[in-house]
Structure formats: structure tokens, C-alpha cells
Design a protein around this ligand. Structure first.
Ligand SMILES: [Zn+2]
Length: 103
């Protein structure tokens, strides 16, 4: 069986290389808003995090997200992201499980 090349990206929190589709993209838009980009297509500077709340918390603690986005991420944005992350994590895990069923 031929193996397809999977694009890898690094999680800014744990520094692990992961397939792009298993990571959540955080984007800093040209308007300097920081948000979760589930489509992966928003323009702006992107940073990737594993779809885990633990990695989000780590990124908050060690400011790796701030560094990756080259922007100070305001506490209220982290608040917002934390809530989005919890929502997204569920969807993310559900999507992953259904994808695993195909194998
Ligand atoms: Zn991670």
C-alpha cells in the first residue's frame, strides 16, 4: 500500500508534530483579532494547537501562543478561546472517532 504524505504541523504548546487535521488552528486576522479557525482557511498568521484543552492551557501558561502569533493575546481572548476550545474539543473528538471507524 502506498502511503499518502500527511502534512504535519507543530503544536505550539507541546511542540509535537501532528497531522494538520488533528490540530486546531488559531489565527490572528489582519484586524488583529485572535480566533479559532476551524476551516483552516482564514487569512492571517496561524498557530496550531492539538485539539486538547490541556495544550490550550499550556499555551496560555507559557505564552507560546502569544509568541507564535507575535501578539499579546489578551486575557479576555483566552477566556473566549477556552470556551471555544471546550466546545471544539468535543466535536473534534467525535469527528476523530467517526474517522477511525473507516479504518
Ligand atoms: Zn499539543
Amino acid at each position: 500500500m502506498k502511503q499518502r504524505k500527511i502534512p504535519l504541523r507543530k503544536c505550539v504548546a507541546c511542540q509535537e508534530m501532528m497531522p494538520k487535521k488533528e490540530l486546531i488552528r488559531i489565527v490572528r486576522t489582519p484586524e488583529d483579532a485572535v480566533l479559532i479557525d476551524l476551516t483552516g482557511k482564514k487569512s492571517g498568521r496561524g498557530a496550531y494547537l492539538c485539539g486538547k484543552v490541556s495544550c490550550f492551557k499550556l499555551a496560555h501558561k507559557n505564552k507560546s501562543l502569544d509568541r507564535a502569533l507575535k501578539q499579546h493575546v489578551k486575557p479576555e481572548i483566552y477566556e473566549q478561546l477556552a470556551q471555544d476550545f471546550i466546545k471544539v474539543e468535543d466535536e473534534f473528538l467525535a469527528a476523530k472517532e467517526s474517522a477511525a471507524d473507516d479504518e
